[in-house]
Design a binder for this molecule. Structure first.
Ligand code: GTP
Ligand code: MG
Length: 389
C-alpha cells in the first residue's frame, strides 16, 4: 500500500443528488450536506481512511445554463491545475483518474439530460473511466428500470468509457418508524473504482478484502449506534431487561440488519439461538447485578444505561461474527460455535465493562441525570479513552 498513490475520483452531478453524502459514507469525513440548493459551493477534496481514494467534491450542476457553464469551467480549471502541479512536484494530485456521474434514482425523466450535461464537463479527457452512480436507490422495484434508462442515455453518447452503472444508498433511509432502507452499493462501487485503475495491481486481494470489510463495518456501526440508543429507551421500563424479553424485537432487527450489511443469508433459528442463549443472557445479568449496590441512582436508570451498552455489545459481537463468516473462519450453520463466539465477544466487550466500571467510580457525578444523559456521558468518555490510546 505504501508504494501506491491515491486514486483521484471526480464526483459530478446535479445539486442535491447526494454527492457529498456519498463521499461522506466512503471517507467517513464530516462534509456539509443538506436539503437547500447548492450546499457545496466550491471544489473540495476528501480522502478516504479506508480506500486509497481521494474525492473531488464539486458544486452541483444547476438547471440554469449559465451556472452549468460556470461549474464546468471551474472543474476544468481545477483539474488542469492539478495536472500542472503533478508535473512539477512529487505531489500525489495527478489529475483525475476516474469520474462518478451521480444521478438521482427518484428522478428518472431527467437522466438523459443530466448525463449529457456531465459529459460536456469531461469532454476532451481521453478514455477516462466513468461510473454512473444512481443515488438514493431506495426503491428496489425501480432499480431495473433506472438501470435501463441510464444505459439508453449512454448509448446515445459516443466515446465514453462507461464501466458500470451502480445503484447506491449512501445513508440509511427511513420509510416509516418500522421500515428503513439500509446503505448499499458503496463497497461495490469502491472496489470497481479501484479495479479500473492502474494502481489496482499494486493492491493485494487481501488488502482489498480488508477495505470491503472496513466499509461494511462503517455501515454496521451506524446501525449499532442507533440500536444502542433505542436500547436505553426500551430498557427504562421498570422491569429488568436481563430477566425479560423486552429487548428482543430491537435485538432481532439489529442482528438482521447487520447480517444484511455483510450480505450473509441468515435463518430465524440462528437469530433466536443467539438472542436466547443462556451464555449471552448471563452476561446481561452479571452486568446488571454488578450495579445493584450503587447508591442514589434509581435501579431502572442504571438498568436502562446497561441495556443500551448491552445492545451495542450484541451488535459489535454480531458484526465481528459476520466478519469471521465473510473471511470463512466460521461456517454460518455451526450454530454452537456461533453462540460461543458471540458470547465470548460480548463478555470481552470493552464498552460494556467500561460502562459498568465508570458508573461504579463516578456514581456521585451521575446522580440526578437521566438514563439517556448518563449513556451519552459514558459513550463520550469511552471515545475519549479510545482516542488517547
Ligand atoms: N437518507 C438518505 N438521504 C440522502 C442520501 N443521499 C442524499 N441524501 C439527502 O439528500 C440531500 C442532499 O444531499 P447532498 O449530499 O448534500 O447533495 P449534493 O449532491 O452534495 O448537493 P450539492 O452540494 O448541493 O451539489 C441531503 O439532505 C441528504 O441527506 C441517501 O443515500 N440516503
Ligand atoms: Mg455537496
Amino acid at each position: 500500500m505504501e508504494d501506491s498513490r491515491k486514486i483521484n475520483v471526480l464526483v459530478l452531478g446535479n445539486s442535491g443528488v447526494g454527492k457529498s453524502t456519498l463521499i461522506k459514507a466512503v471517507s467517513g469525513t464530516e462534509i456539509q450536506t443538506g436539503t437547500g440548493e447548492g450546499n457545496t459551493q466550491k471544489i473540495d477534496v476528501y480522502e478516504s481512511n479506508t480506500w486509497p481514494l481521494r474525492f473531488i467534491d464539486t458544486k452541483g450542476f444547476e438547471y440554469k445554463k449559465l451556472e452549468q457553464i460556470k461549474t464546468i469551467f471551474q472543474i476544468k480549471k481545477f483539474t488542469k491545475e492539478q495536472v500542472e502541479l503533478s508535473k512539477n512536484s512529487e505531489s500525489q494530485n495527478t489529475g483525475i483518474d476516474v469520474v462518478w456521474y451521480c444521478i438521482e434514482g427518484t428522478s428518472r425523466r431527467f437522466f438523459a439530460d443530466n448525463i449529457k450535461m456531465m459529459n460536456t464537463a469531461i469532454r476532451g479527457w481521453k478514455n477516462i473511466p466513468v461510473f454512473a452512480v444512481i443515488t438514493k436507490s431506495y426503491s428496489e422495484s425501480d432499480i431495473e428500470d433506472n438501470i435501463s434508462a441510464v444505459e439508453s442515455a449512454f448509448s446515445k453518447i459516443k466515446n465514453i468509457n462507461l464501466q458500470k452503472i451502480v445503484p447506491v444508498v449512501a445513508q440509511e433511509y427511513e420509510i416509516d418508524e418500522e421500515k428503513s432502507v439500509l446503505p448499499k452499493g458503496i463497497d461495490e462501487l469502491c472496489s470497481l473504482t479501484l479495479e479500473c485503475s492502474d494502481e489496482a495491481v499494486k493492491i493485494s486481494s487481501e488488502n482489498q478484502k480488508r477495505m470491503i470489510l472496513e466499509q461494511k463495518r462503517i455501515v454496521a456501526n451506524l446501525s449499532i449506534g442507533g440500536a444502542a440508543t433505542a436500547g436505553v429507551l426500551v430498557g427504562a421500563a421498570p422491569i429488568s431487561f436481563a430477566d425479560s424479553l423486552i429487548l428482543v424485537p430491537l435485538e432481532t432487527a439489529l442482528i438482521k440488519s447487520i447480517f444484511k450489511t455483510y450480505g450473509i443469508d441468515f435463518s430465524g433459528e440462528l437469530i433466536s439461538a443467539v438472542i436466547g442463549s443462556a451464555a449471552i443472557t448471563n452476561v446481561a445479568k452479571a452486568s446488571v447485578s454488578a450495579l445493584k449496590t450503587i447508591p442514589n441512582i434509581a435501579g431502572n436508570v442504571l438498568n436502562a444505561v446497561v441495556a443500551g451498552f448491552f445492545v451495542g455489545a450484541i451488535g459489535e459481537a454480531v458484526a465481528a461474527l459476520c466478519e469471521a463468516i465473510y473471511l470463512e473462519k466460521i461456517e454460518k450453520d455451526e450454530i454452537d460455535r456461533i453462540i460461543d463466539f458471540v458470547a465470548e465477544k460480548i463478555k470481552d466487550n470493552s464498552m460494556l465493562s467500561f460502562a459498568v466500571r465508570y458508573i461504579q467510580k463516578n456514581s456521585e457525578k451521575l446522580v440526578g441525570k437521566s438514563a439517556k444523559e448518563i449513556f451519552k456521558t459514558i459513550d463520550k468518555a469511552v471515545k475519549k479513552e479510545k482516542d488517547s490510546i
